[in-house]
Write a protein that binds this ligand. Structure first.
Ligand code: C5P
Length: 274
């Protein structure tokens, strides 16, 4: 049996540069990961998927689940039979801008690669990942990186490992496609050069404005996070999850305690950058 962590992904910055003819958008994004997430377990057996955990109810284990699609694509690419009894322990909110399904698919690919003695840096794995979704290659890499194209052209960077981080989701699922559709088409400029933290501080998330129009509660999340002395508070991906980075674990704990008291129904994860 192989167990892989599927850590939550954060977009420390996400610059949308252009709408492409194929319906996707040209991005520059700074991916980072935290140390917590879902777990994906692979055991021998026919292809199947069981889903457990606090966010299991939001998901179906049916054929279109990204883990099963990843397993089928893996079997085809490496000429192997479709096997593997997967269990997904779902701890991250669904459709929430922190990778979720992409992280799970990447974890499934890592587990399958290990089970079949395929190197984790095999370019065929990254091709499979890119075909499954724009964020899956970054999740397969699983470390701080600049992403270009749809997010699949990756340049690893050193990140502020261990930095105290808070993730907050108000319980509203947002459609990534709808948020991208709401982008106003204005190119607000390239990512500057620099280390990951200065890029994050100088950057922005261009999907924040359209996501806030679709889900105004994101304004409340950012206001709450901004009040707790963060180094940076911003929405991740297409939302609705927002993150904040802190100088100390004490600052993070104080912010989490305040938000949990004010908004007991929100999901609030105290974690740190990986
Ligand atoms: O690649 P993925 O399936 O995760 O993307 C979901 C949707 O988000 C796409 O169908 C597209 O509408 C939008 N998208 C985009 N540009 C990107 C990534 C995603 O327009 N770079």
């Amino acid at each position: 049996m192989i167990t892989e962590l599927a850590p939550a992904k954060i977009n420390l910055a996400l610059h949308v540069r252009a709408r492409r003819a194929d319906g996707y958008h040209e991005l520059e994004t700074l991916f980072a990961f935290v140390v917590d997430g879902d777990t994906v377990t692979l055991a021998p057996g026919p292809l199947s998927l069981a889903i457990t955990g606090p966010f299991a109810a939001g998901l179906s284990g049916e054929g279109d689940n990204l883990i099963l699609r990843a397993a089928r694509a893996f079997a085809t690419a490496f000429s192997l039979p479709e096997i593997g009894a997967f269990t997904l322990d779902k701890h991250l909110p669904v459709a929430s801008g922190i990778g979720g399904g992409s992280a799970d698919a990447a974890a499934a690919l890592r587990a399958l690669a290990k089970a079949n003695a395929i190197r984790l840096d095999d370019p065929r794995l990254f091709d499979l990942a890119a075909a499954l979704g724009s964020d899956v290659p970054a999740c397969l890499l699983g470390r701080t990186a600049l992403g270009e194209g749809r997010g699949e052209r990756l340049h690893p960077l050193d990140g502020p490992v261990g930095m105290p981080t808070l993730l907050v989701n108000p319980g509203v699922a947002v459609s990534t496609a709808a948020v991208f559709k709401g982008w106003d088409g204005v190119d607000r400029g390239a990512m500057p050069d620099g280390d990951a933290l200065s890029l994050a501080l100088a950057g922005r998330n261009d999907l924040e404005a359209p996501a806030r129009r679709l889900a105004p509660v994101i304004d409340d999340v950012l206001t709450e996070l901004g009040g707790g002395n963060p180094i940076l508070a911003r929405m991740s991906g297409s939302g609705a999850t927002c993150f904040a980075l802190y100088a100390s674990a004490a600052d993070r704990a104080a912010a989490a305690a305040r938000i949990r008291a004010a908004q007991p129904s929100w999901w609030c994860l105290e974690t740190r950058l990986a």
